[in-house]
Design a protein around this ligand. Structure first.
Ligand code: FPP
Length: 235
């Protein structure tokens, strides 16, 4: 058994819409409540000794949603970016995973600025995946690898796993140890495909806005009981 707190936990924050519907509220209220859960769980994960957390906030596919919902989500991110300025006190490194160029210029610049300002912190790293897709991540890395081969006199065999990992949006974070998906679905939905190759998967029917610190404790306990072999045999 691994028996250790996972170094890196990734969360798929699913179920906001259903949480709201059950209460006769608009989906956007569900996202707002999901945002509150995100803040609480990120903070608690740090208290539990987890060093890296990654949250799936908006996928490359979520642009297909009604404009009103997309706008509401962008407003929530924007409010978070304003508030994140004060996170320097908490010594949290912030990273935004995904292609930022699609966002309003001011918003993209704010993300880059927060990343730069917090780069010095190494105790706790919070990554927020916005306009992120696992396939897109691998594809952009493959394009960059091809460019390296063309421009820097590298051959395709120079592109090994370590080098390629360094080209992904997650270059500054280790692979995922535990991936938590609330909301009842049992799939990865194009999240951290490369990085979750050996992640332990934890699914629960609880909807994300209802996910509590106790639920995180339960997921971590589940993880501690797993025997991780990484393709090797039992020792
Ligand atoms: C999936 O649930 C959730 C999203 C696509 C958005 C997640 C965003 C948040 C939790 C807000 C994040 C806020 C900040 C500040 C980072 P769903 O809407 O697909 O749920 P459903 O399956 O019940 O409809």
């Amino acid at each position: 058994m691994d028996n250790q707190v996972p170094l890196h936990i990734a969360f798929i924050m699913d179920g906001n819409g259903r949480w709201a519907k059950k209460r006769g509220l608009s989906r956007n209220i569900g996202h707002k409540k999901g945002g509150d859960t995100f803040r609480e769980i990120a903070k608690y994960a740090k208290d539990c000794g987890v060093k890296y957390v990654t949250f799936f906030a908006f996928s490359t596919e979520n642009w297909k949603r009604p404009k009103e919902e997309v706008d509401a989500l962008m407003k929530l991110f924007s409010e978070y970016l304003d508030e994140a300025e004060s996170y320097a006190k908490e010594k949290t490194r912030l990273i935004f995973l995904g292609d930022k160029s699609i966002f309003a210029r001011e918003m993209a610049a704010k993300m880059t600025e927060l990343e730069k300002k917090s780069k010095q912190f190494s105790d706790f790293t919070l990554s927020l995946a916005v306009n992120y897709g696992g396939k897109d991540d691998i594809l952009q890395a493959a394009r960059r690898a091809a460019k390296f081969c063309r421009d820097r006199d590298l051959t395709p065999s120079d592109i090994d796993e370590k080098f390629f990992s360094g080209l992904l949006y997650t270059s500054a974070v280790p692979d995922v140890d535990l991936l938590i998906r609330p909301g009842g679905e049992r799939r990865l939905s194009n999240f951290l495909l490369w990085q979750s190759a050996y992640a332990e998967l934890y699914f629960t029917d609880i909807l994300w806005p209802d996910f509590t610190k106790k639920d995180l404790d339960t997921a971590i306990e589940y993880y501690k009981g797993r025997n991780r072999r990484f393709g090797n045999i039992e020792k």
